[in-house]
Write a protein that binds this ligand. Structure first.
Ligand code: HEC
Ligand code: HEC
Ligand code: HEC
Ligand code: HEC
Ligand code: HEC
Length: 321
């Protein structure tokens, strides 16, 4: 009744501007369209209401999961997360140092929009009218068809493109303070951006691997990522040989291919060889291109002004007369 008005907003006690408008169109296309407002905001029981409490993503939200017929919640995801490198506690159950740096659900999930997928002829984002036409052969309600088409196809590929995924991780994994506090060795997103993979991601290619393709064991949830020091981790030195040889990537790759340094910053400390290699190529490129361009420029001047000279030579003047 109230939140549909675009201007609905207030300045809170801390002086921060809060937009309270809920865009109906976007909400109805989001993954949570079927959840009622009270499902996530259970403290709102009457209207007008008190300021809302923070939403807890693990609330049971009055939806039934059809295969088990149990009430649905995201508690399983929290269990996955608790066993991963992004857990707030260490292996012995002790709180980790600097636990405030560890991401929570809402740190990584700020955009819960569907990205449905179309298959006909070639894979591309968006709903395919042709596919919908097929569903309509048997199912009679368009609302039903759209809902389930979205539900399934959105999960057959990534919710975000590789660049967006890298940006999500960058907030922490490119933050020098967090890296130092947790004894990590590299600005992981920056160094990813130095490789061909990262450069293609920057140009919005979806065929190259992003963080999740290498850090998540096939068949597991993205919430189960482990540190590369853990022998169960897919990025552990003994296991990482299997990453590149994935069917979608380099099917003929030998395990040695994984020795390629995916997270390398081209500086003197981390990779002196690559650093000098890069310097050599910058000098080579500059040293070849610049003289060449100089010669071409002089050549162009001669072609445009064939008789131009700083000083007229006496001889040619005499010849003319
Ligand atoms: C899937 C869970 C979910 C559903 C369903 C949901 N919300 Fe929210 N809502 C959130 C989250 C998460 C936030 C961010 C603030 C927070 O973390 O508490 C939020 C924030 C808001 C805010 C801004 C609050 C503020 O103080 O800045 C408003 C207003 C709001 N929701 C209204 C609604 C309305 C109206 C509906 C129903 C149409 C709705 N929400 C449905 C999860 C949900
Ligand atoms: C480190 C970042 C991170 C954290 C923390 C995180 N997630 Fe995720 N989550 C992801 C990514 C990345 C995906 C996969 C998105 C994709 O495939 O494009 C995902 C996928 C999901 C999915 C599957 C979505 C779908 O439609 O298939 C659910 C559900 C989910 N997360 C819930 C949660 C909940 C609940 C929490 C908190 C307990 C949480 N996540 C914490 C990064 C995170
Ligand atoms: C050839 C006819 C036919 C086509 C085409 C078809 N369906 Fe179905 N669908 C059925 C039948 C029949 C059932 C019930 C099957 C059962 O109960 O085992 C069903 C069941 C379903 C269900 C499960 C419903 C429930 O409550 O259990 C969903 C979801 C669904 N279809 C979605 C789709 C979508 C989306 C499309 C298009 C991509 C589609 N169907 C195309 C005939 C079809
Ligand atoms: C092509 C595969 C691949 C991609 C893509 C990739 N990683 Fe990695 N990552 C690895 C491997 C393998 C390791 C283990 C260290 C090594 O062998 O270089 C690693 C190590 C790490 C580490 C630990 C480094 C340290 O300081 O100890 C972090 C953090 C990390 N990756 C985050 C990311 C993030 C964030 C992204 C996305 C921007 C990403 N990775 C993309 C394969 C990948
Ligand atoms: C809110 C901050 C935050 C976000 C967002 C975040 N991480 Fe992390 N991540 C951390 C912290 C802190 C650690 C170190 C945990 C520790 O010290 O045990 C870590 C550790 C890791 C490691 C293990 C590094 C190692 O030791 O080998 C990987 C891999 C990783 N994160 C990947 C990702 C990916 C991929 C994303 C994006 C989908 C992401 N993280 C998003 C904070 C974050």
């Amino acid at each position: 009744m109230c939140h549909k008005y675009p201007g609905l907003s207030r300045v809170d006690e801390k002086g921060e501007f809060r937009l309270l408008f809920v865009n109906e169109n976007i909400f109805n296309k989001s993954v949570h369209a079927k959840v009622k407002c009270e499902g996530c905001h259970p403290d709102i029981k009457k209207i007008p209401h008190e300021p809302a409490k923070k939403v807890d993503c693990l609330t049971q939200c009055h939806i039934i999961e059809p295969s088990s017929e149990k009430k649905f919640s995201h508690k399983d995801v929290a269990t996955f997360l608790a066993g991963s490198v992004h857990a707030k506690t260490d292996k012995d159950g002790q709180p980790k140092k600097f636990a405030e740096d560890i991401p929570t659900c809402k740190d990584c999930h700020e955009n819960p929009l569907y990205r449905p997928l179309s298959f006909f002829k070639r894979v591309r984002p968006g709903i395919s009218e042709i596919a919908l036409g097929r569903c309509r052969v048997c199912h009679k309600s368009d609302e039903f068809i759209y809902r389930f088409y979205n539900h399934v196809t959105t999960r057959l590929h990534k919710i975000r493109n590789p660049r967006n995924i890298a940006e999500t991780c960058a907030r922490c994994h490119d933050n020098p303070e967090i890296i130092a506090r947790h004894e990590l060795t590299t600005r992981a997103v920056f160094s990813y951006g130095e490789t061909f993979h990262g450069k293609a991601a920057h140009f919005l290619s979806e065929r190259i691997p992003d963080c999740l393709d290498c850090h998540v064991k096939p068949g597991e949830s993205v919430h189960q990522m482990l540190t590369n020091k853990d022998p169960n981790s897919i990025t552990h030195i003994n296991n990482k040989g299997t990453i590149c040889g994935n069917m979608d990537c380099h099917p003929n790759a030998t395990p040695q291919m994984a020795n390629y340094k995916v997270h390398t910053e081209f500086n003197l400390e981390q990779s002196p060889f690559e650093y000098y290699f890069q310097v050599f190529f910058i000098l080579l490129t500059g040293g070849t291109l610049l003289p060449l361009m100089g010669i071409m420029f002089l050549d162009l001047v001669r072609r445009l002004f064939p008789n131009a000279a700083f000083k007229r030579s006496k001889k040619t003047d005499e010849e003319k007369t």
